[in-house]
Ligand binder design. Structure first.
Ligand SMILES: O=C(CO)COP(=O)(O)O
Ligand SMILES: [Zn+2]
Length: 210
């Protein structure tokens, strides 16, 4: 996909995400790597109403090349790309059920969600939790860079998920799968539940690597 097509696809996904209530107001941001840096949604923009031409383009050193002022979380996307050089896109949302899990006191900080379904294992896998810092706080960079070494998805405490993928479509699909699994997890918290076993997870990782 060329840069223009990527810009249009970011806007298309943003609108779809917003219209389904997966992030509200001006929350969330999306980035895609390009050869000379990254495209990222502008700060304070509504994902439902992105203008492809105004999407920010920043260099690998963080300088604005074109478009509106970039997301205040651009440094966080940068940190995650540093840890995961094969990933091409990152999606950060304030999706309700994922945010709810990020607020639970006794969450397992090395992996917030159990393996409930095969698609969760295939698209997300593990979900380390990063301590709370205010949005845009650069201390998030180190914490995310470290956590992202173990997984393509990290959960920011009292905030929301940040998910990387080998393409924009893949990053969006993994973020959606994470949100659905967070919803299932909360629905099942009072029910006796059979999670997938370690053997089930090992088999899925062998059948569907990457
Ligand atoms: O989700 C957000 C902050 O965490 C939105 O911030 P931006 O509008 O700067 O992208
Ligand atoms: Zn946010």
């Amino acid at each position: 996909m060329n840069e223009q097509e990527l810009r249009e696809r970011i806007a298309m996904h943003g609108q779809s995400i917003f219209n389904r209530g997966l992030t509200a107001g001006s929350s969330g941001n999306i980035s895609v790597r390009v050869p000379d840096g990254m495209l990222i949604t502008p700060t304070n923009s509504c994902l439902g109403r992105l203008d492809p031409e105004r999407i920010s383009k920043i260099s690998n050193t963080g300088h604005l090349i074109s478009g509106d002022k970039p997301s205040k979380e651009a440094f966080l996307h940068h940190s995650m790309y540093q840890s995961r050089p094969d990933e091409q896109s990152i999606v950060h949302l304030h999706s309700t059920h994922s945010v709810a899990v990020s607020c639970l006191e006794n969450v397992d900080r090395s992996n917030a969600l159990p393996p409930i379904t095969a698609y969760y294992v295939m698209r997300v896998g593990t979900l380390p939790v990063v301590p709370y810092f205010a949005p845009g706080d650069e201390r998030l960079a180190g914490a995310v860079e470290q956590a992202a070494k173990a997984s393509r998805a990290v959960l920011l405490s009292n905030h929301g998920p940040v998910v990387a993928g080998k393409s924009l479509d893949a990053a969006v699909a993994s973020t959606e799968e994470l949100e659905e699994t967070a919803k299932l997890f909360l629905m099942l918290r009072q029910e006796k539940t059979r999670y997938l076993t370690d053997a089930d997870v090992t088999e899925l990782n062998q059948r569907f690597p990457g």
